[in-house]
Write a protein that binds this ligand. Structure first.
Ligand code: SF4
Ligand code: SF4
Length: 174
């Protein structure tokens, strides 16, 4: 596992670290998908909890700075209401439609991210922000392509995948 004294050093090194691990991770997830261990949901919950006990997202905010979430219709309604704006007005001011026809931010870093890395709409933030990096998701093996990308953005996801490989190293799909 990789520990950097400084979170920003870790974030800066992450694209290279993720690239170096890419083939290994790809093989690991391909095996996992074939026949996931029965207790995978439990393992992921446990690894996720342990990682986020020691990771301070306020020292990082790399997800908010570099990618940003998808906004569901419910997210748009809730956040527009929070700003006492009409839905359409909120969309025009902050969002665009991407190539998959989803609402995404017009620009990153996210407009709602403060200089102190706090989210100014934390209580009403999009569902995708609440769930990122999705490492406690049930049937985690089903989002391996997304996870392969997220390990290059999120230090916690990177560590969780490393811990996952270590924990499941004796696991062999049949
Ligand atoms: S979820 Fe990951 S990328 Fe986002 S702030 Fe936390 S550690 Fe950083
Ligand atoms: S809405 Fe908040 S949590 Fe989501 S990307 Fe923006 S600043 Fe980050």
């Amino acid at each position: 596992m990789y520990y950097f004294y400084n979170m920003q050093d870790f974030v800066n090194n992450l694209p290279k670290l993720a690239k170096d691990k890419h083939n290994e991770n790809k093989k690991f997830f391909a095996k996992l998908k074939k026949k996931p261990p029965k207790d995978l949901d439990y393992v992921m919950m446990d690894l996720n909890e342990k990682e986020f006990d020691r990771t301070d997202c306020l020292q990082c905010a790399n997800c908010c700075k570099t990618t940003g979430p998808l906004f569901t219709d419910k997210d748009v309604e809730r956040i527009a209401k929070h700003f006492k704006m009409k839905t359409q007005q909120f969309i025009e001011q902050y969002l665009r439609i991407d190539e998959d026809n989803d609402y995404v931010l017009q620009a990153v870093p996210c407009s709602f991210l403060g200089a102190d890395n706090y989210c100014s709409i934390y209580e009403v933030r999009p569902k995708a922000c609440r769930e990122f990096p999705h490492t406690d998701r049930k049937k985690f093996q089903q989002i391996s392509n997304l996870t392969l990308k997220n390990v290059a953005i999120c230090p916690a996801a990177f560590n969780i995948v490393e811990a996952m490989k270590f924990r499941l190293q004796n696991y062999k799909p049949t």
